[in-house]
Design a protein around this ligand. Sequence first.
Ligand code: MN
Ligand code: MN
Length: 280
Amino acid sequence: MKLPLGNRTGRLLLGSMIVILLSSCTALLNPIVGQSSPHLMLGKPSNATHFNAKDYLIVRSQYVLSYNRDRGIPNWASWQLNQSWLGDLPRASFTADSELPQGWYQVEPNDYTGSGFDRGHLVPAADRNRTESDSRSVFLMTNILPQAPDNNQGPWERLESYCRDKVRQGKELYVIAGGVGEGGSGLKGKRATIGKGKIAVPAALWKIVVVLDRPGSGIESITAQTPVIAVLVPNQQGLKESSWQLYRTSIDAIEQQTGYDFLSNLPEPIQASLEAKKSA
Ligand code: MN
Ligand code: MN
């Protein structure tokens, strides 16, 4: 076949061939990436890829997350938690994520300064404090979103601590968390964005936790009786003293709000049953 590359049709043809080639690579690579990471044992909530700026897949040994370039925040993060991850290193420093694709704005810790919102971790600092590199990974700004201080330091923190208590009792958790919606209220009132419009403020934070009896028991050990926790906490002030249990919901409700499909690696009957039940 002779390609008339000198003209417009030829360039379009070549362009489409490259696009088709790239997308088949993505299709081939993504399931492999998912299978090789323990953090995606329960499945990938969205179709995050290395080619989508709004749903940009970041795979690290410490966690997997989807980052949204246009919102300047993560869409979701997914991570395994067992005793092997827990240490006692001091907190690291927040840093811009220099591994983002060239030309993308890298959110700086200072973009949050004076905004009235905390630099809120999706993967908590205390879930990854055994090694220096683990610690640094969770202080990258791609793992951070603007979180109302009362949410972050109140029910959200207490659920994080509850999870680590479970882990110290010998459990293994699979955790997925993210933000949803537009606009939250921090110390200076309601904001749709901070950082000169570059960072979106979510309206609520959600978290899903699946609790396995012991580390390494695998996806086969999950039944309709496996405990799950699901919460949706408004991103606002005034709830610092509220218990996290006040915000319990079902995984189905979070799927409806976010449009994601959680627990997609579980057999359909078990998935449906865990998603419909009211959180433990
Ligand atoms: Mn926090
Ligand atoms: Mn699902």
